[in-house]
Design a protein around this ligand. Structure first.
Ligand SMILES: Cc1cc2nc3c(=O)[nH]c(=O)nc-3n(C[C@H](O)[C@H](O)[C@H](O)COP(=O)(O)O)c2cc1C
Length: 185
């Protein structure tokens, strides 16, 4: 697949088939992820892979409760509050796999993990897989309990929880607004 096709074709996927993602495919996505640049070439990544449905359900439940408890009112659009309050809403959309990218704490932890995340999502698209970054999971995963659930080392920060799986339905693209552009000088 051409890079341009991957960049323009990747879409946040929120409906998944039951089909599991083979281990070697997950490993190939992580191999693509670690081709990302990292500050001072530190390569400070940690990847936690969860395929256990019960654990995914538990994380979804804990993360929703944590968000409701901790987020200031008015910080999110009303429909997101409604989703979080709904018992049937699963933050991982019942995807078969969650890959959480963490990075060693430091000045560029977020950048290091995020660049790896985009590589991973583009590589997933090339392999016919859907993906979605799940920000709803982040705040709980950052807690001691969340880090422990994924075995994230103490000196690492979880940044990018990404669900992966085969899409159950074709996905329409989300239009982009024109970029803010200023040509200086
Ligand atoms: C930091 C971040 C957090 C996100 N969190 C969620 C989330 O919790 N749930 C969700 O369904 N999508 C989440 N998304 C996906 C965005 O909603 C999605 O990328 C955006 O609507 C644009 O759609 P596209 O990815 O198909 O282009 C997140 C994306 C990013 C970058």
């Amino acid at each position: 697949m051409e890079l341009t096709e991957a960049i323009y074709g990747r879409r946040a996927t929120r409906a998944y088939s039951e089909a599991p993602v083979p281990k070697d495919v997950i490993e190939s996505l992580i191999d693509a992820a670690i081709q990302a640049p990292s500050a001072i070439n530190e390569q400070p990544w940690d990847f936690a892979i969860v395929q256990d449905r019960q654990l995914l359900d538990k994380i979804s439940t804990m993360a929703k409760a944590h968000m409701i408890e901790t987020m200031p009112s008015g910080s999110f659009p009303e429909h997101l509050h409604e989703s979080l309050e709904s018992p049937s809403f699963h933050i991982f959309y019942h995807a078969p796999a969650l890959i959480t990218i963490s990075a060693r704490e430091g000045a560029w932890a977020i950048e290091n993990a995020t660049l790896a995340a985009e590589n991973l999502m583009l590589a997933a698209h090339e392999k016919g897989l859907g993906s979605c970054w799940i920000g709803f999971a982040q705040r709980w995963l950052e807690t001691p309990e969340g880090k422990q659930a994924l075995g994230i080392p103490d000196d690492f920060v979880p940044v990018a929880p990404i669900i992966i799986g085969y899409s159950a339905t074709p996905i329409a693209s989300v239009p982009r607004r024109p970029p803010h552009l200023r040509w200086i000088g």
